[in-house]
Design a binder for this molecule. Structure first.
Ligand code: HAM
Length: 417
Protein backbone atom coordinates (compact mmCIF):
# COMPACT_ATOMS: atom_id res chain seq x y z
CA UNK A 1 0.00 0.00 0.00
CA UNK A 2 1.21 3.48 -0.88
CA UNK A 3 1.93 5.68 2.10
CA UNK A 4 0.40 9.13 1.68
CA UNK A 5 0.67 12.37 3.65
CA UNK A 6 -1.60 12.31 6.72
CA UNK A 7 -5.06 13.80 6.09
CA UNK A 8 -5.01 17.55 6.65
CA UNK A 9 -1.24 17.86 6.15
CA UNK A 10 0.39 18.96 2.92
CA UNK A 11 3.78 19.07 1.30
CA UNK A 12 5.05 22.48 0.29
CA UNK A 13 6.65 21.56 -3.02
CA UNK A 14 9.65 23.29 -4.65
CA UNK A 15 7.41 25.27 -7.05
CA UNK A 16 5.60 26.86 -4.08
CA UNK A 17 8.77 27.66 -2.14
CA UNK A 18 9.54 31.03 -3.80
CA UNK A 19 6.23 32.41 -2.43
CA UNK A 20 7.03 31.04 1.04
CA UNK A 21 10.53 32.50 0.97
CA UNK A 22 9.07 35.84 -0.09
CA UNK A 23 6.64 35.88 2.83
CA UNK A 24 9.35 34.83 5.27
CA UNK A 25 11.73 37.52 4.00
CA UNK A 26 8.94 40.11 4.18
CA UNK A 27 8.31 39.11 7.82
CA UNK A 28 11.96 39.48 8.87
CA UNK A 29 12.33 42.79 7.02
CA UNK A 30 9.10 44.46 8.09
CA UNK A 31 9.07 43.32 11.72
CA UNK A 32 12.69 44.40 12.17
CA UNK A 33 11.63 47.92 11.18
CA UNK A 34 8.94 47.90 13.89
CA UNK A 35 11.39 46.76 16.58
CA UNK A 36 10.47 43.05 16.75
CA UNK A 37 12.99 40.26 17.27
CA UNK A 38 12.49 36.60 16.37
CA UNK A 39 11.85 33.92 18.99
CA UNK A 40 11.65 30.14 18.40
CA UNK A 41 9.82 27.96 20.90
CA UNK A 42 9.24 24.17 20.82
CA UNK A 43 6.40 22.66 18.77
CA UNK A 44 5.22 20.65 21.78
CA UNK A 45 4.52 21.79 25.31
CA UNK A 46 2.82 20.50 28.43
CA UNK A 47 -0.90 20.10 27.73
CA UNK A 48 -1.84 22.22 30.73
CA UNK A 49 -0.23 25.30 29.15
CA UNK A 50 -2.81 25.30 26.36
CA UNK A 51 -5.75 24.29 28.53
CA UNK A 52 -5.02 27.20 30.88
CA UNK A 53 -3.86 29.62 28.20
CA UNK A 54 -6.42 29.20 25.42
CA UNK A 55 -9.37 28.27 27.64
CA UNK A 56 -10.64 24.85 28.72
CA UNK A 57 -14.04 25.39 27.03
CA UNK A 58 -12.75 26.47 23.61
CA UNK A 59 -13.13 24.27 20.51
CA UNK A 60 -9.35 24.20 20.18
CA UNK A 61 -8.83 22.69 23.63
CA UNK A 62 -11.91 20.44 23.75
CA UNK A 63 -11.77 19.02 20.22
CA UNK A 64 -8.75 19.98 18.19
CA UNK A 65 -5.54 19.34 20.10
CA UNK A 66 -3.05 16.60 19.27
CA UNK A 67 -2.40 15.39 22.79
CA UNK A 68 -0.36 12.34 23.76
CA UNK A 69 1.15 10.77 26.84
CA UNK A 70 4.91 10.83 26.99
CA UNK A 71 6.69 7.69 28.19
CA UNK A 72 6.99 9.14 31.68
CA UNK A 73 3.22 9.65 31.83
CA UNK A 74 3.21 13.43 31.35
CA UNK A 75 0.66 14.80 28.92
CA UNK A 76 2.10 16.71 25.96
CA UNK A 77 0.39 18.59 23.14
CA UNK A 78 1.50 19.76 19.69
CA UNK A 79 1.04 23.53 19.80
CA UNK A 80 -2.28 24.63 18.27
CA UNK A 81 -1.08 28.25 18.31
CA UNK A 82 2.04 30.17 19.28
CA UNK A 83 0.95 32.72 21.90
CA UNK A 84 0.79 30.39 24.92
CA UNK A 85 4.26 28.95 24.25
CA UNK A 86 5.76 32.41 23.78
CA UNK A 87 4.18 33.60 27.04
CA UNK A 88 5.65 30.55 28.79
CA UNK A 89 9.09 31.38 27.40
CA UNK A 90 8.78 35.05 28.40
CA UNK A 91 7.99 34.01 31.98
CA UNK A 92 10.54 31.20 32.16
CA UNK A 93 13.42 33.40 30.97
CA UNK A 94 12.27 36.61 32.73
CA UNK A 95 12.46 38.39 29.39
CA UNK A 96 10.44 41.30 30.76
CA UNK A 97 13.22 42.13 33.26
CA UNK A 98 15.62 43.19 30.56
CA UNK A 99 13.00 44.49 28.13
CA UNK A 100 9.84 45.95 29.68
CA UNK A 101 8.43 46.63 26.20
CA UNK A 102 9.20 43.26 24.66
CA UNK A 103 8.36 42.74 20.97
CA UNK A 104 8.82 39.29 19.47
CA UNK A 105 7.66 37.26 16.48
CA UNK A 106 7.75 33.61 15.50
CA UNK A 107 7.29 31.56 12.35
CA UNK A 108 6.42 27.89 12.35
CA UNK A 109 3.96 25.01 12.16
CA UNK A 110 0.83 24.71 14.34
CA UNK A 111 -1.45 21.69 14.73
CA UNK A 112 -5.25 21.56 15.04
CA UNK A 113 -7.44 18.57 14.35
CA UNK A 114 -10.04 20.44 12.32
CA UNK A 115 -12.05 19.18 9.35
CA UNK A 116 -9.68 19.74 6.41
CA UNK A 117 -10.82 21.93 3.50
CA UNK A 118 -9.32 24.61 1.27
CA UNK A 119 -7.26 26.88 3.53
CA UNK A 120 -7.83 24.70 6.60
CA UNK A 121 -5.27 22.07 7.53
CA UNK A 122 -4.27 19.98 10.52
CA UNK A 123 -0.69 21.14 10.23
CA UNK A 124 -0.51 24.76 9.12
CA UNK A 125 1.94 27.62 9.57
CA UNK A 126 1.67 30.97 11.26
CA UNK A 127 3.60 34.18 11.51
CA UNK A 128 2.87 35.16 15.10
CA UNK A 129 3.60 38.66 16.42
CA UNK A 130 3.43 39.64 20.12
CA UNK A 131 4.14 42.79 22.16
CA UNK A 132 4.32 42.64 25.96
CA UNK A 133 4.21 45.30 28.66
CA UNK A 134 2.32 47.92 26.64
CA UNK A 135 -1.16 48.94 27.77
CA UNK A 136 -1.73 52.00 25.58
CA UNK A 137 -4.25 51.85 22.71
CA UNK A 138 -1.37 53.06 20.54
CA UNK A 139 0.07 49.55 20.54
CA UNK A 140 -3.29 48.03 19.51
CA UNK A 141 -3.38 50.42 16.56
CA UNK A 142 0.28 49.79 15.72
CA UNK A 143 -0.30 46.04 15.86
CA UNK A 144 -3.08 46.42 13.30
CA UNK A 145 -0.87 48.71 11.21
CA UNK A 146 1.86 46.01 11.22
CA UNK A 147 -0.67 43.36 10.20
CA UNK A 148 -1.95 45.40 7.27
CA UNK A 149 1.57 46.47 6.23
CA UNK A 150 2.66 42.83 6.25
CA UNK A 151 -0.15 41.70 3.98
CA UNK A 152 0.62 44.58 1.63
CA UNK A 153 4.35 43.78 1.66
CA UNK A 154 3.33 40.31 0.44
CA UNK A 155 1.36 41.85 -2.44
CA UNK A 156 -2.12 41.28 -0.95
CA UNK A 157 -4.28 44.30 -1.79
CA UNK A 158 -7.87 43.09 -1.30
CA UNK A 159 -8.63 42.65 2.37
CA UNK A 160 -11.01 43.83 5.02
CA UNK A 161 -10.20 44.66 8.63
CA UNK A 162 -12.90 43.78 11.16
CA UNK A 163 -12.68 45.22 14.67
CA UNK A 164 -14.37 44.80 18.04
CA UNK A 165 -13.86 45.26 21.75
CA UNK A 166 -14.79 42.33 23.98
CA UNK A 167 -14.46 44.28 27.25
CA UNK A 168 -12.38 43.28 30.26
CA UNK A 169 -12.73 41.63 33.67
CA UNK A 170 -14.74 44.63 34.92
CA UNK A 171 -17.47 44.74 32.30
CA UNK A 172 -17.46 41.42 30.47
CA UNK A 173 -18.78 39.12 33.25
CA UNK A 174 -21.98 41.17 33.55
CA UNK A 175 -22.41 41.15 29.77
CA UNK A 176 -21.87 37.38 29.60
CA UNK A 177 -24.61 36.92 32.23
CA UNK A 178 -26.96 39.18 30.25
CA UNK A 179 -26.20 37.10 27.17
CA UNK A 180 -26.74 33.81 29.03
CA UNK A 181 -30.13 34.99 30.26
CA UNK A 182 -31.14 36.16 26.79
CA UNK A 183 -30.02 32.84 25.29
CA UNK A 184 -32.17 30.76 27.66
CA UNK A 185 -35.25 32.09 25.86
CA UNK A 186 -33.98 30.84 22.52
CA UNK A 187 -32.39 27.59 23.70
CA UNK A 188 -34.87 25.13 22.12
CA UNK A 189 -34.51 26.59 18.61
CA UNK A 190 -30.70 26.97 18.55
CA UNK A 191 -28.24 24.55 16.93
CA UNK A 192 -26.71 21.90 19.21
CA UNK A 193 -23.36 23.70 19.48
CA UNK A 194 -25.04 26.95 20.53
CA UNK A 195 -27.17 25.16 23.14
CA UNK A 196 -23.99 23.86 24.72
CA UNK A 197 -22.12 27.17 24.38
CA UNK A 198 -25.08 29.12 25.81
CA UNK A 199 -24.17 27.56 29.15
CA UNK A 200 -20.40 26.97 28.98
CA UNK A 201 -19.17 29.92 26.90
CA UNK A 202 -22.04 32.18 25.76
CA UNK A 203 -19.76 34.61 23.88
CA UNK A 204 -18.96 31.84 21.39
CA UNK A 205 -22.61 31.79 20.28
CA UNK A 206 -21.90 35.10 18.53
CA UNK A 207 -19.46 33.28 16.27
CA UNK A 208 -22.04 30.68 15.11
CA UNK A 209 -22.30 30.38 11.31
CA UNK A 210 -25.45 28.18 11.16
CA UNK A 211 -27.90 30.08 8.85
CA UNK A 212 -31.04 29.36 10.94
CA UNK A 213 -29.43 30.89 14.06
CA UNK A 214 -28.45 34.21 12.46
CA UNK A 215 -31.69 36.10 13.04
CA UNK A 216 -31.77 35.14 16.71
CA UNK A 217 -28.08 36.14 17.14
CA UNK A 218 -28.60 39.55 15.55
CA UNK A 219 -31.31 40.22 18.15
CA UNK A 220 -29.06 39.42 21.16
CA UNK A 221 -27.70 42.17 23.44
CA UNK A 222 -24.48 43.63 21.99
CA UNK A 223 -21.23 43.98 23.96
CA UNK A 224 -20.81 47.48 22.53
CA UNK A 225 -23.54 48.75 24.84
CA UNK A 226 -22.06 47.01 27.91
CA UNK A 227 -18.43 48.20 27.91
CA UNK A 228 -17.14 50.01 31.02
CA UNK A 229 -15.84 53.57 30.62
CA UNK A 230 -12.16 52.48 30.46
CA UNK A 231 -12.82 49.88 27.76
CA UNK A 232 -14.96 52.35 25.81
CA UNK A 233 -12.23 55.03 25.94
CA UNK A 234 -9.52 52.53 25.00
CA UNK A 235 -11.51 51.31 22.01
CA UNK A 236 -12.41 54.82 20.87
CA UNK A 237 -8.72 55.75 20.88
CA UNK A 238 -7.77 52.62 18.87
CA UNK A 239 -10.41 53.58 16.28
CA UNK A 240 -9.26 57.21 16.22
CA UNK A 241 -5.62 56.23 15.63
CA UNK A 242 -6.61 53.82 12.85
CA UNK A 243 -8.40 56.69 11.12
CA UNK A 244 -5.34 58.88 11.66
CA UNK A 245 -3.16 56.21 10.03
CA UNK A 246 -5.57 55.83 7.12
CA UNK A 247 -6.49 52.21 7.90
CA UNK A 248 -10.12 51.46 7.00
CA UNK A 249 -12.06 49.05 9.24
CA UNK A 250 -15.52 47.64 9.83
CA UNK A 251 -16.89 47.24 13.36
CA UNK A 252 -18.48 43.91 14.27
CA UNK A 253 -19.87 43.24 17.74
CA UNK A 254 -19.80 39.54 16.84
CA UNK A 255 -16.01 39.26 16.51
CA UNK A 256 -15.31 37.30 19.71
CA UNK A 257 -12.51 34.99 18.38
CA UNK A 258 -11.98 31.34 19.19
CA UNK A 259 -9.53 31.77 22.07
CA UNK A 260 -10.57 32.88 25.55
CA UNK A 261 -7.61 35.08 26.45
CA UNK A 262 -8.71 38.26 24.70
CA UNK A 263 -9.68 41.47 26.48
CA UNK A 264 -10.68 44.75 24.84
CA UNK A 265 -9.48 44.92 21.21
CA UNK A 266 -10.03 41.96 18.88
CA UNK A 267 -9.46 42.05 15.13
CA UNK A 268 -9.40 39.88 12.06
CA UNK A 269 -8.47 40.52 8.46
CA UNK A 270 -10.69 38.76 5.93
CA UNK A 271 -10.36 38.13 2.24
CA UNK A 272 -13.24 37.29 -0.08
CA UNK A 273 -10.85 35.29 -2.26
CA UNK A 274 -10.37 32.59 0.38
CA UNK A 275 -13.88 31.07 0.32
CA UNK A 276 -15.30 29.66 3.54
CA UNK A 277 -12.04 29.98 5.51
CA UNK A 278 -11.89 33.71 4.90
CA UNK A 279 -9.81 34.87 7.87
CA UNK A 280 -6.19 35.35 6.88
CA UNK A 281 -5.15 36.81 10.22
CA UNK A 282 -6.52 37.36 13.70
CA UNK A 283 -5.46 38.80 17.01
CA UNK A 284 -6.09 41.22 19.81
CA UNK A 285 -5.17 42.26 23.34
CA UNK A 286 -4.67 39.66 26.05
CA UNK A 287 -3.76 41.49 29.29
CA UNK A 288 -3.97 38.93 32.10
CA UNK A 289 -2.67 35.90 30.18
CA UNK A 290 0.90 36.29 31.44
CA UNK A 291 -0.43 36.44 35.02
CA UNK A 292 -2.77 33.47 34.45
CA UNK A 293 0.19 31.40 33.26
CA UNK A 294 2.18 32.19 36.41
CA UNK A 295 4.02 35.37 35.39
CA UNK A 296 3.80 39.01 36.44
CA UNK A 297 0.86 41.29 35.67
CA UNK A 298 1.93 42.23 32.17
CA UNK A 299 -0.13 43.42 29.21
CA UNK A 300 -0.03 41.64 25.85
CA UNK A 301 -1.19 42.29 22.31
CA UNK A 302 -0.63 40.28 19.16
CA UNK A 303 -1.87 38.55 16.06
CA UNK A 304 -1.12 35.56 13.86
CA UNK A 305 -1.28 35.21 10.08
CA UNK A 306 -2.13 31.85 8.50
CA UNK A 307 0.67 31.41 5.98
CA UNK A 308 -1.10 28.83 3.78
CA UNK A 309 -3.97 31.30 3.41
CA UNK A 310 -1.56 34.16 2.76
CA UNK A 311 0.27 32.10 0.10
CA UNK A 312 -3.10 31.49 -1.63
CA UNK A 313 -3.63 35.26 -1.82
CA UNK A 314 -0.17 36.23 -3.05
CA UNK A 315 0.19 37.20 -6.71
CA UNK A 316 2.01 34.54 -8.76
CA UNK A 317 5.66 35.58 -9.16
CA UNK A 318 7.69 35.23 -12.33
CA UNK A 319 9.23 31.77 -12.29
CA UNK A 320 12.96 32.43 -12.13
CA UNK A 321 15.67 30.46 -13.89
CA UNK A 322 17.63 28.13 -11.64
CA UNK A 323 20.89 28.07 -13.59
CA UNK A 324 23.33 30.68 -14.90
CA UNK A 325 25.74 28.43 -16.79
CA UNK A 326 25.04 24.91 -18.02
CA UNK A 327 28.25 23.02 -18.82
CA UNK A 328 28.27 20.53 -21.68
CA UNK A 329 31.47 18.45 -21.84
CA UNK A 330 30.97 16.37 -25.00
CA UNK A 331 33.86 13.87 -24.61
CA UNK A 332 35.18 11.83 -21.71
CA UNK A 333 38.38 13.99 -21.70
CA UNK A 334 36.24 17.12 -21.35
CA UNK A 335 34.59 15.93 -18.13
CA UNK A 336 37.48 16.80 -15.77
CA UNK A 337 37.95 20.43 -16.90
CA UNK A 338 34.15 20.81 -16.79
CA UNK A 339 33.97 19.53 -13.21
CA UNK A 340 36.75 21.90 -12.12
CA UNK A 341 35.12 24.84 -13.92
CA UNK A 342 31.76 23.95 -12.35
CA UNK A 343 33.29 24.05 -8.87
CA UNK A 344 35.15 27.32 -9.56
CA UNK A 345 32.00 28.97 -10.90
CA UNK A 346 29.94 27.87 -7.89
CA UNK A 347 32.63 29.16 -5.53
CA UNK A 348 32.43 32.48 -7.36
CA UNK A 349 28.66 32.63 -6.71
CA UNK A 350 27.56 31.51 -10.18
CA UNK A 351 24.82 28.89 -10.43
CA UNK A 352 26.55 26.26 -12.57
CA UNK A 353 25.26 22.80 -13.48
CA UNK A 354 26.03 19.91 -15.79
CA UNK A 355 24.39 16.65 -16.69
CA UNK A 356 26.30 14.00 -14.73
CA UNK A 357 24.68 11.25 -16.84
CA UNK A 358 26.31 12.66 -20.01
CA UNK A 359 23.24 12.23 -22.24
CA UNK A 360 22.98 13.32 -25.87
CA UNK A 361 23.77 16.91 -26.85
CA UNK A 362 20.12 17.46 -27.79
CA UNK A 363 18.81 16.27 -24.43
CA UNK A 364 21.41 18.41 -22.61
CA UNK A 365 20.29 21.50 -24.49
CA UNK A 366 16.71 20.70 -23.54
CA UNK A 367 17.74 20.37 -19.92
CA UNK A 368 19.60 23.71 -20.04
CA UNK A 369 16.47 25.32 -21.45
CA UNK A 370 14.27 23.82 -18.74
CA UNK A 371 16.61 25.09 -16.01
CA UNK A 372 16.46 28.57 -17.54
CA UNK A 373 20.23 28.64 -18.17
CA UNK A 374 21.53 31.99 -19.48
CA UNK A 375 24.65 30.39 -21.04
CA UNK A 376 25.71 26.94 -22.18
CA UNK A 377 29.48 26.25 -22.16
CA UNK A 378 30.43 23.51 -24.65
CA UNK A 379 33.71 21.60 -24.70
CA UNK A 380 33.97 19.04 -27.52
CA UNK A 381 36.84 17.63 -29.66
CA UNK A 382 36.92 20.66 -31.90
CA UNK A 383 37.06 23.10 -28.98
CA UNK A 384 39.75 21.04 -27.20
CA UNK A 385 41.93 21.07 -30.34
CA UNK A 386 41.68 24.88 -30.48
CA UNK A 387 42.02 25.43 -26.69
CA UNK A 388 38.66 27.18 -26.37
CA UNK A 389 35.13 26.73 -25.00
CA UNK A 390 32.11 27.58 -27.12
CA UNK A 391 29.78 29.84 -25.12
CA UNK A 392 26.20 29.96 -26.32
CA UNK A 393 24.08 32.86 -25.11
CA UNK A 394 20.63 31.27 -24.81
CA UNK A 395 18.67 34.54 -24.71
CA UNK A 396 20.33 36.12 -27.73
CA UNK A 397 20.96 32.85 -29.62
CA UNK A 398 24.58 33.92 -30.21
CA UNK A 399 27.80 31.93 -29.93
CA UNK A 400 31.44 32.86 -29.32
CA UNK A 401 34.74 31.11 -28.63
CA UNK A 402 36.47 31.89 -25.34
CA UNK A 403 40.07 30.73 -24.63
CA UNK A 404 40.40 28.13 -21.84
CA UNK A 405 42.57 30.48 -19.76
CA UNK A 406 39.89 33.17 -19.71
CA UNK A 407 36.78 31.03 -19.39
CA UNK A 408 36.24 31.46 -15.63
CA UNK A 409 36.69 35.25 -15.70
CA UNK A 410 34.56 35.53 -18.82
CA UNK A 411 31.60 33.61 -17.33
CA UNK A 412 31.89 35.46 -14.00
CA UNK A 413 31.71 38.80 -15.80
CA UNK A 414 28.79 37.72 -17.96
CA UNK A 415 26.70 36.36 -15.12
CA UNK A 416 27.40 38.78 -12.28
CA UNK A 417 27.30 41.86 -14.48
P1 HAM B 1 -6.33 32.20 15.29
O1 HAM B 1 -7.40 33.13 14.80
O2 HAM B 1 -6.76 30.95 15.92
O3 HAM B 1 -5.45 33.06 16.28
O4 HAM B 1 -5.36 31.87 14.08
C1 HAM B 1 -4.75 32.88 13.33
C2 HAM B 1 -4.75 32.53 11.85
O5 HAM B 1 -4.18 31.23 11.66
C3 HAM B 1 -6.13 32.42 11.22
O6 HAM B 1 -6.61 33.69 10.83
C4 HAM B 1 -5.85 31.54 10.02
O7 HAM B 1 -5.33 32.31 8.94
C5 HAM B 1 -4.77 30.62 10.53
N1 HAM B 1 -5.33 29.30 10.88
C6 HAM B 1 -5.96 28.93 12.01
N2 HAM B 1 -6.33 27.63 11.96
C7 HAM B 1 -5.94 27.17 10.74
C8 HAM B 1 -6.02 25.91 10.08
N3 HAM B 1 -6.57 24.84 10.65
N4 HAM B 1 -5.50 25.80 8.83
C9 HAM B 1 -4.91 26.87 8.23
N5 HAM B 1 -4.80 28.08 8.81
C10 HAM B 1 -5.30 28.24 10.05
C11 HAM B 1 -4.37 32.57 16.95
O8 HAM B 1 -3.83 31.53 16.70
C12 HAM B 1 -3.84 33.51 18.01
N6 HAM B 1 -2.72 32.85 18.70
C13 HAM B 1 -3.41 34.83 17.39
C14 HAM B 1 -2.85 35.78 18.40
C15 HAM B 1 -1.53 36.03 18.62
N7 HAM B 1 -3.53 36.52 19.24
C16 HAM B 1 -2.70 37.22 20.00
N8 HAM B 1 -1.48 36.92 19.63
Amino acid sequence: MKIRAVRGTRDILPDEIPAWQTLERAAHGLLGRYGYREIRTPVFEETELFARGIGAETDIVTKEMYTFDDRDGSSLTLRPEATAGIVRAVIEHNLMNTDPALKVYALGPMFRRERPQKGRYRQFHQLDVEAFGLTSPTIDAEMIEVAVAYLEACGVRQHQLVLNSVGDQHCRPAYVETLRTALREHAPSMCGDCQRRAETNPLRVLDCKVPDDQKMIEGLPKITGHLCADCRDHFAEVCRQLKLLGIPYRLSHRLVRGLDYYVRTTFEILSGELGAQNSVLGGGRYDGLVRDLGGPEVAGTGFAVGLERLALLMPAGESEGRCDVFLAPLTSEALDPALVLQRDLRQAGVRAMLDPEGRSFKSRMKQADKLGARFVAILGDDEAARGVWTIRDMERSEQEDVPEGRILEHLKEKTNG
